[in-house]
Each structure stands twice: as structure tokens, then as C-alpha cells.
Design a protein around this ligand. Sequence first.
Ligand SMILES: C[S@@+](CC[C@H](N)C(=O)[O-])C[C@H]1O[C@@H](n2cnc3c(N)ncnc32)[C@H](O)[C@@H]1O
Length: 251
Amino acid sequence: MLKTQLQTLLKGLAYRCGFSLRKLRGAKRFEVTGDRAGRVRPLLHQVDPYEGFDPTAWPDDASGWGSDSPAFGELIAQVRPRRIIEVGTWKGGSALTMAAGLDEAGIEAEIICVDTWLGALEMWEDLDDPTRHGSLHLRHGYPTLYYTFLANIVRAGHTETITPFPVPSITAAQWCSLHGIKADLIYLDGSHEEEDVYQDLVAWWDLVREGGVLFGDDWSWDGVRMAVQRFAGEQRLSITHRHDKWELRTP
Ligand SMILES: C[S@@+](CC[C@H](N)C(=O)[O-])C[C@H]1O[C@@H](n2cnc3c(N)ncnc32)[C@H](O)[C@@H]1O
């Protein structure tokens, strides 16, 4: 009992001083077992996630942040991806812009959307914020944002291209590593907290195919910028910028 209390006290003190066990242990890198061709959806869903879903009961609102940036179309035309992974999808705005970019470039590709659809920290900070917390549309205390996302994809007619993967970012990266799933474009727009962004960078970087790009949003957020700079420095990568996005390119 005393030992547990002492451990909790020490952990609390260490946390306040800027240490965390995660930091001390280092970020997790997952071994990548290969680079599998073909579609990911059958490996994730035995039943089509859109089957029998009625979009009319859900808000017709695909708003996001930086989700209609011209950076998506430019990168798609340049890299010509066969697979895209998005981490942080919200209502699907950025995924839909990428799906439209694929159509425009005449590319058949799959977009895997990784999100818990439970909201990031900033969506729980102010319960009176209609854009962030309000969009979670809690039912019995639990977000129903996922259904707004599904409805947006159905309405836009992109159900063939976009596949939801409703798990935390690190779990998805681990799953991709286990299955040898890499992507040509990986878009990071999940948590914007520095340690989380750093963990995401470490987890997803090895899953970018050769010639591919890891890119993300919100360079103006301290947490994002500091994590990207830290990771790029450690890996000796140059950070480039395209419109409102930052980019890291594989050699
Ligand atoms: C800024 S929003 C994404 C906006 C979207 N890309 C757009 O442009 O419309 C961030 C999203 O990341 C998700 N998220 C935050 N942390 C996550 C994590 N660790 N794993 C999975 N999803 C996460 C939240 O649920 C939220 O939907």
C-alpha cells in the first residue's frame, strides 16, 4: 500500500518535471514485415461498413480544418499513390478532398481513415464549443461523430475508395506493421500534443513506401511543430512546406 502510494507520488513528481515513462522508454518503432499489395479493406472488415447505413439521419456537414487544401491534389498528382493512410479524419473533409484528387488524376487507390472518432484533446476542452465538442454529438455520453463521417462518405459517393479503421493511431500503425501494409502517402492530423505527434511520427515513418511522403497539418501548433522538428532532426530529414502542410520525404 505504502509502496504504491510512493510510486504514485514519484510518478506525479516526475511528470511535473517533464518526464514520463513513455519518454524514458522511448517511442515505439514497430518492425515492418513487408509491403503487401492489394486492398486493405477485406483484411479490416468482413462486412462492408457502409452496408445498410442510412445517411439521412446524420448531419450533412463535412467541415474540418485545412481539409480542402490544394496540397492534397498536388501531392496526389506528384506521387500517384496506390494507398493513402490518413490519421485523424473527423467528419471526412480531408479524406473526401483526397478522394476527389484521386478521381481527378485518374488514379484507383484506397484511402484508409484511422480515427477513434472520439475527438482529440481540443474537442473536450470547452464543452460549449459548437464546432469542436458540439460536433461529437454525444449520445448517452458517447460520441456519434463516426456516423456523421460515414454519412458524408456515402453522400459524396466515395464508399469504394474510403475505408474506416476506428482505432487509436498507434494501434493502427501496429496493425499495419503486422500485416505489412505500407502507404505512398500518410497524412498525420490526429492528436496535436507534442508527445503524441512524436509517437505518431515514429510509428508511421517506417510505413511510408519508398518514394512516398509523410505529411501533416497545423505547423502553427507548437506541439506539432516541435515534434516534427525533433523527429526530422533525429532522422536527418529535411522538412518542406506545401501550402498549409508540412512534409517529410523518404530518400
Ligand atoms: C483535427 S481532427 C482531423 C481533421 C480532418 N483531418 C479534417 O481535415 O477534416 C483530429 C481527429 O483526430 C482524431 N484523433 C486524435 N487523436 C487520435 C489518436 N490517438 N488516434 C486516432 N485518432 C485520433 C480525433 O478523433 C479527431 O477526429
